[in-house]
Ligand binder design. Structure first.
Ligand SMILES: NC(=O)c1ccc[n+]([C@@H]2O[C@H](COP(=O)([O-])OP(=O)(O)OC[C@H]3O[C@@H](n4cnc5c(N)ncnc54)[C@H](OP(=O)(O)O)[C@@H]3O)[C@@H](O)[C@H]2O)c1
Length: 243
């Protein structure tokens, strides 16, 4: 009887019941702060962003620009969730080369910088990385050439690293459609814009930050232990079905 109890306790402490350490980049943003709020209270959270996240829990915040500031030493990380991104929608004639460079920098190179700095600190056999793409990398949408090019880079990065870091570290992407966050403020600027955004989607909806965050939290969890190299669409149907 005692033996069984000890075995059970050891499973709890070695398994999903233990505290994890998550490195979030962009916890002050819409989806990033929702991720912080949804991760287990038991878990330790380290955040990088220029502004401090407005969240109701204790975190370790480093106020830094992920593209240029020195990254601090951090040991023993279970997951990296890279949230910074862009929505820069213009016709190709109006997009400058610098726009493409800026989008590539924040979406791809920022993630590369973080992953290069910390991939060796990801805990062996349980480490996980999540990055954000967009449904506009899956289906062509007018005016999305710069962000779609950058996010396709994110997807390629994720799949390549999933192969390279297996079996020890899992790497996945979340690819949302329009999500109500500060980044999408202009797309959802008034009731008319909100209604026409809903109307374009088969499920007649756009997304909340919380539901997109839920997918990222799932991907870094034990339940997703056999998921790697995936681009997880959460898009009210627009990426797959016509209605
Ligand atoms: N919202 C949408 O409709 C939508 C749709 C498809 C895909 N996505 C993708 O989902 C991800 C999250 O989007 P979101 O809507 O939550 O964006 P958001 O509200 O703009 O949040 C972005 C976060 O990234 C941080 N960040 C940006 N540049 C940074 C830098 N140089 N250094 C450090 N931190 C930086 C921001 O923090 P500071 O400003 O404090 O530095 C903020 O915390 C993005 O990759 C986005 O492309 C969003």
């Amino acid at each position: 009887m005692v033996k069984v109890k000890h075995k059970y306790l050891s499973l709890v402490t070695k398994g999903k019941g233990i505290m994890k350490k998550h490195l979030i980049i962009g916890g002050s943003g819409g989806i990033g702060s929702a991720i912080i709020n949804q991760l287990s209270d038991k878990d330790e959270i380290v955040n990088f962003s220029r502004r401090e996240p407005a969240v109701d829990r204790k975190i370790t915040h480093h106020g830094l620009d992920v593209l240029k500031d020195e990254l601090p030493e951090i040991k023993g990380i279970d997951s990296i969730i890279y949230c910074p991104g862009s929505i820069n929608l213009k016709p190709i004639g109006s997009l400058k080369i610098e726009d493409f460079q800026n989008d590539f920098n924040i979406n791809v190179l920022g993630a590369v910088r973080v992953i290069k700095a910390y991939h060796r600190e990801l805990k062996r056999n349980s480490g996980s990385i999540v990055m954000f793409s967009t449904v506009a990398s899956k289906i062509g949408m007018p005016f999305h050439s710069s962000v779609a090019a950058a996010k396709s880079g994110v997807e390629g990065l994720a799949k390549s690293l999933a192969a390279e870091l297996a079996p020890k570290v899992r790497v996945n992407c979340v690819a949302p459609t329009v999500t109500k966050t500060p980044l999408a403020e202009n797309l959802l600027r008034n009731e008319k814009a909100q209604e026409s955004t809903k109307e374009r989607h088969p499920l007649k909806s756009y997304l909340s930050a919380e539901e997109v965050a839920g997918m990222a939290v799932y991907l870094v969890s034990e339940q997703a232990r056999n998921i790697t190299g995936q681009i997880m669409g959460i898009d009210a149907g627009i990426g797959s079905v016509r209605s």
